[in-house]
Write a new protein. Structure first.
Lengths: 400, 403
């Protein structure tokens, strides 16, 4: 097939060795693409940390100065000033792209642009907080956050900033929605959880699909993070997630007495199906070929996902989903985040008093039973190297 | 020329199908393809020696495939390299088993917690003892050199603390924090030494910090001695961090062949960060005291001469560590950045103390402080950039001369 090139497993060298030979014309082209891809080198993290801390310190001192002058008490000038500073910072950032990284001018302009963006965003939020009348502060902050995210997302090419801005926009959006819904309709805030969970399939698609530009990945990750904390919060406060199928015997009584509104269960079901659907989609996508359900791996994984999801502990399903996404996308950091999220969600699940410790305990033991059954099914059908399974190639499992 | 044309075609095709983002940096075409890992996006630089040593990922294979450089069979072979069947199976089995165990243990713990008040002392202690013995047995059976063994030893070290909690609750010992953490530290130390597991060591160091933080609590009782509590505790923390670093270095020197588990530098970085944060904190506090004394302002506890001496020692210490890190070259660039950050922060605080004094700062004072801070950070960024450039070029030249 190819000559053996000594390279670490999974490295570009080993990939090249698996598909071509060194003397082939293809080799150079493949290497060229890889080289150009690797050539994308952003400013290293340690420098960005240094610049970021500097921007925060200088920005805080300048905000302190304006606060001392009494400038921050007039919202409109603050908004205008924030917008001007943000625009200037973006212009400076674009200018830094043409400068030598070790030069003094690069350090100054980079630092100035970071200070400007930090301060501009902060001023916009402070200004917006005072523009709208009492009770609408959350909406104003959300609109300001949305405005600066839209203004900077495509222009300011910094991964962490894109993530933080998107995360802040969704968080402020959730809070604003909650306040508005409570004020206008008097409905419970649990409906917001349903809207947020609807973001999950969208975010998973945006992260995995090769048709979606990489610049939208921070937004997708921010959305998944938001779904994660909303799910945990829901489970902790009013047990969205743990209360569905297994507590159905309580439904009739709860609904008729008006103790728990019907919408609560509808929201619970929406959250549950969003997470199960996303997990199953990732498994099917990860297979990478037509008719994925013909494969034993996929069949067992789908059945186990359905069974796990039906127990209703949404946050655990989200944790598994994130781990699987990390593995399928070959993105170790994402998997690690999922691994860290799982014990947290389990901790919350075992401390969620609104659903009851005993009930949660039994649900979790049931989940472990499902996992065990799935393990034996896999052992029987997939882990054994039988010829029957050798039907093709998956993204998840190599040759199957 | 032909190759350029092919690449151009590839570029156009990939651009159309995969939304490639072009940007021009210093006149060179800088292509951004989809699928770069999140870690790389956040960290930025890569430390690999050549392109061939860089880790490949799904995005690269997709890019080759979309550009028409790989046919279906090649793409399959590439995926086999990225996701080898045996590795995946092993990973899946382990992950599956760990998940099953996690769900089961969480379920059992929730049920036990729900019925905790119904259990008597015998059962409460019995459950913990059984878990402890179980962890130890599995660790011995699997061997402490295996990952499973290390995990179970870590679990048993944690359970020692839980056992102490139940003992103190059941028999109303009413012991103080330092005794609780002290006993936990002592009883878990043999397990930590045997396990030779870096995360467990870090966990034990955190436990030690809890012990140190709970000491000198009696000084808080009296307002005259309250001011010393923070100082003594901080110096204890500094001593603990410095001693740990010293022990680590000696261990690596004496038993280099057996100390692979101790080599990862993240733990060392945490210790350095702790040392720098504490040193800067104490330096600023002592400077403030000295400055107030110089300005003739009255101080609550009076001026201590030994603190002026310690101020000099701390300043020299921070600079000395910086010099030592600098000598280590490009591999210590993270440590150098940390050291630079500590020095800048110390200077910014000192400048603010000098400028503001004991009064509420005016707007012009704040502006001046901001300008100075800006200048210091610009200088810091430039210093680290130059260090990085110089050392990278130096190491490259050294490598070439060796070849």
């Amino acid at each position: 097939m190819s000559e053996s090139i000594s390279a670490p497993q999974g490295s570009i060298g080993s990939l090249l060795a698996s598909v071509t030979q060194r003397e082939d014309a293809e080799y150079e082209k493949l290497l060229e693409v890889a080289t150009r891809r690797i050539a994308v080198k952003t400013c290293p993290l340690y420098l960005r940390v240094l610049i970021g801390v500097g921007a925060t310190v200088v920005g805080a001192l300048l905000i302190g100065m304006w606060s001392r002058n009494g400038m921050l008490s007039h919202p409109f000038p603050v908004l205008i000033l924030g917008s001007i500073i943000l625009a200037a910072a973006l212009y400076l950032y674009r200018k830094t792209q043409d400068l030598e990284q070790s030069g003094l001018s690069y350090a100054i302009t980079q630092q100035l642009s970071f200070v400007g963006v930090f301060k501009g965003k902060l001023l916009l939020v402070i200004g917006a907080n005072g523009v709208l009348p009492y009770h609408y502060e959350e909406l104003a902050v959300f609109l300001a956050t949305l405005a600066f995210t839209l203004a900077t997302y495509w222009l300011w090419d910094v991964y962490v900033d894109r993530f933080v801005s998107s995360f802040a926009t969704i968080v402020t959006g959730i809070i604003a929605c909650e306040e508005l819904m409570r004020d206008a309709y008097g409905v419970g805030t649990y409906w917001v959880a349903a809207f947020v969970h609807l973001l999950l399939p969208l975010a998973v698609w945006a992260f995995l699909s090769p048709r979606v530009n990489q610049k939208y990945h921070p937004m997708a990750i921010a959305a998944v993070c938001n779904v994660g904390w909303v799910s945990i919060l829901g489970m902790f406060s009013n047990a969205i997630g743990p209360t569905n199928w297994l507590t159905c015997f309580r439904w009739a009584a709860d609904i008729t007495t008006g103790f728990v509104p019907v919408g609560f269960y509808v929201v619970s079901l929406i959250c549950m199906f969003c997470s199960i659907g996303s997990l199953i989609w990732v498994i099917l996508w990860g297979y990478g070929r037509e008719n994925p359900l013909k494969n034993n791996y996929v069949r067992v994984a789908v059945v186990v996902s359905l069974a796990l999801g039906m127990t209703g502990i949404t946050s655990c399903v989200i944790a598994i989903l994130v781990i699987v996404i990390g593995y399928v996308a070959h993105d170790r950091l994402i998997s690690i985040v999922g691994m860290m999220y799982l014990p947290i969600s389990l901790f919350i699940a075992t401390h969620s008093l609104s659903a009851g410790l005993m009930l949660n305990g039994f649900v979790l033991i049931g989940m472990s039973g499902v996992m065990l059954a799935g393990y034996f099914a896999l052992k029987r059908w997939c882990f054994a190297d039988d010829a029957e399974n050798a039907v093709g190639q998956t993204r998840i499992g190599g040759e199957v | 020329m032909r190759q350029c044309a092919v690449l151009e075609t590839l570029q156009t095709t990939t651009d159309r199908t995969a939304n490639i983002n072009h940007s021009h940096v210093r006149g060179q075409s800088n292509v951004r393809l989809f699928g770069m890992s999140t870690f790389r996006n956040i960290v930025g630089d890569s430390e690999a020696d050549s392109v061939l040593d860089e880790s490949g990922d799904r995005g690269l294979v997709e890019a080759w495939s979309v550009g028409g450089l790989l046919d279906k069979d090649d793409r399959r072979r590439a995926f086999q390299v990225l996701y080898p069947r045996r590795t995946t199976d092993r990973l899946l089995r382990k992950a599956w088993t760990v998940l099953t165990a996690l769900f089961f243990l969480s379920g059992v713990s929730a049920i036990v917690a729900a019925n905790w008040s119904e259990l008597n002392t015998f059962f409460r202690l019995g459950i913990m003892n059984l878990l402890y013995l179980g962890c130890i047995s599995i660790a011995v059976y699997k061997g402490v050199e295996t990952t499973t063994g290390k995990i179970f030893v870590s679990g048993s070290a944690f359970l020692v603390g839980m056992l102490l909690v139940i003992l103190t609750q059941e028999f109303q010992f009413n012991i103080e924090g330092q005794w609780f953490y002290g006993v936990w530290c002592l009883l878990s130390l043999p397990l930590v030494v045997v396990a030779r597991c870096l995360p467990l060591w870090v966990g034990w160091c955190i436990l030690l910090r809890l012990l140190l933080a709970s000491m000198f609590i009696h000084l808080d009782d009296d307002w005259q001695t309250r001011g010393y509590t923070l100082e003594y505790r901080t110096w204890l923390f500094v001593a603990a961090a410095a001693l740990t670093l010293l022990i680590r270095n000696q261990y690596l020197k004496l038993w280099a062949d057996k100390a692979d588990w101790l080599r990862p530098s993240w733990a060392k970085f945490i210790l350095y960060a702790e040392l720098h944060a504490l040193s800067v904190g104490m330096l600023v506090t002592y400077f403030n005291e000295c400055w107030q004394a110089i300005c003739g302002r009255s101080l609550g506890q009076g001026f201590h001469v030994y603190r002026a001496f310690l101020l000099v020692v701390l300043a020299l210490g921070i600079l000395g560590v910086h010099r030592r890190i600098r000598k280590q070259g490009i591999k210590a660039v993270w440590f150098l950045s940390l050291s630079v950050l500590a020095i800048i922060m110390a200077l910014v605080f000192i400048w603010c103390i000098v400028l503001f004094g004991h009064t509420m700062p005016s707007a012009s004072d704040l502006l001046l402080a901001a300008i100075i801070a800006f200048g210091l950070f610009v200088a810091g960024v430039r210093y680290v950039s130059i260090f990085k450039e110089t050392n990278s070029v130096g190491s490259l030249a050294e490598g070439q001369s060796n070849v």
